[in-house]
Design a protein around this ligand. Structure first.
Ligand SMILES: C[S@@+](CC[C@H](N)C(=O)[O-])C[C@H]1O[C@@H](n2cnc3c(N)ncnc32)[C@H](O)[C@@H]1O
Length: 294
């Protein structure tokens, strides 16, 4: 993997600007397999990073930081097509307007080692933290490494309900926009009765945080409204941390919405950027039509 072959590029088709990275090559390091829909979340991530760093670099922040608590290995193989795709940490590492600090964590040692090796090969001039362990523990090390008066964006992309509310609470001590994977269909609705209902410290309780009465909400909400009621409850909890702006992007799989990317910010500027970049959907679609949360 050459250093220069990987830069983020704005390519032009006619007079239309298309933001793209050149595809990764098999570099001999560990590459996990992922679903094809992973590409869709990266479409939005790449576009947000580009717009966020361009808009915020000239502002008087003491630095721009990128946080990725469920980082993966940096390169992924799409299961069906076999195609290689950049993972979120290396999308951030190749930002056209580089971040001043990159903070990565993953619980899987093999992925962490592969990510670290890839980052070493890139010879970045940016302070980079790669932490092996549970994001909900390592968040303290991440926050400690982010100076005050900086602005961050955090990509929070677990497989399921593994991002504790307390972790968001710790993160909220720094100014950070959040892009959160919210697996309502993937995890909550599949597992809540079987695994969560009778367990007061279930994953769902830890994700939603103190004061979130999801059991009461489930009892008092018609089944067809469960998904949106959950989403509202989660939003309400995050609002308690000072977040005021929320945007939702449905990510589909085989024609069905699989999960939401939830964008949260404490400023209208962040939200405006998200709305701008999310106009353009993957594969040049203009909309995913799965209904929006109220
Ligand atoms: C969906 S993958 C991340 C993909 C990556 N963000 C990307 O877009 O390229 C989720 C990752 O979270 C890691 N993981 C799961 N539970 C974790 C935890 N509690 N703390 C840190 N990492 C965790 C897994 O090893 C996996 O690499």
């Amino acid at each position: 993997m050459g250093k220069r072959g990987m830069r983020c590029r704005h390519r032009f088709m006619g007079n239309r600007c298309v933001l793209k990275l050149s595809s990764p090559k098999d570099d001999g390091l560990f590459i996990p397999n992922v679903g094809e829909w992973s590409r869709d979340k990266h479409h939005f991530l790449l576009r947000y990073i580009d717009a966020f760093t361009a808009a915020m670099k000239p502002k008087p922040w003491a630095g721009l930081h990128y946080i990725d608590l469920f980082a993966g290995a940096g390169v992924e193989r799409l299961k069906e097509s076999g195609r290689l795709d950049w993972g979120s940490p290396l999308i951030a590492a190749q930002a056209t307007h580089p971040f001043d600090g990159l903070h990565f964590c993953d619980k899987d040692k093999r992925k962490c080692q592969a990510l670290k090796a890839r980052l070493d090969r890139m010879e970045l001039k940016v302070a980079t933290q790669v932490l092996h362990g549970d994001a909900n523990d390592k968040i303290h090390d991440v926050v400690a490494a982010i100076p005050p008066n900086t602005l961050s964006m955090a990509f929070l992309d677990p497989y399921g309900l593994h991002l504790d509310y307390e972790t968001l609470n710790t993160l909220a001590t720094r100014r950070a926009d959040l892009i959160i994977f919210f697996p309502d269909r993937l995890d909550i609705l599949r597992n809540w009765e079987v695994y969560y209902w009778d367990n007061p410290s279930s994953n769902l309780d830890r994700v939603l945080g103190p004061g979130a009465d999801w059991r009461g909400l489930r009892d008092n909400t018609p089944r067809q409204r469960w998904v949106e009621a959950f989403l509202k409850l989660y939003r309400h909890q995050i609002e308690k941390l000072g977040y005021t702006e929320f945007e939702y992007e449905p990510i589909p799989n085989s024609g069905q919405r699989l999960y939401w990317l939830i964008f949260c910010s404490k400023s209208k500027a962040g939200s405006k950027i998200w709305r701008g970049i999310s106009q353009k959907k993957p594969n040049n679609q203009t909309t995913f039509d799965f209904g929006e949360p109220e």
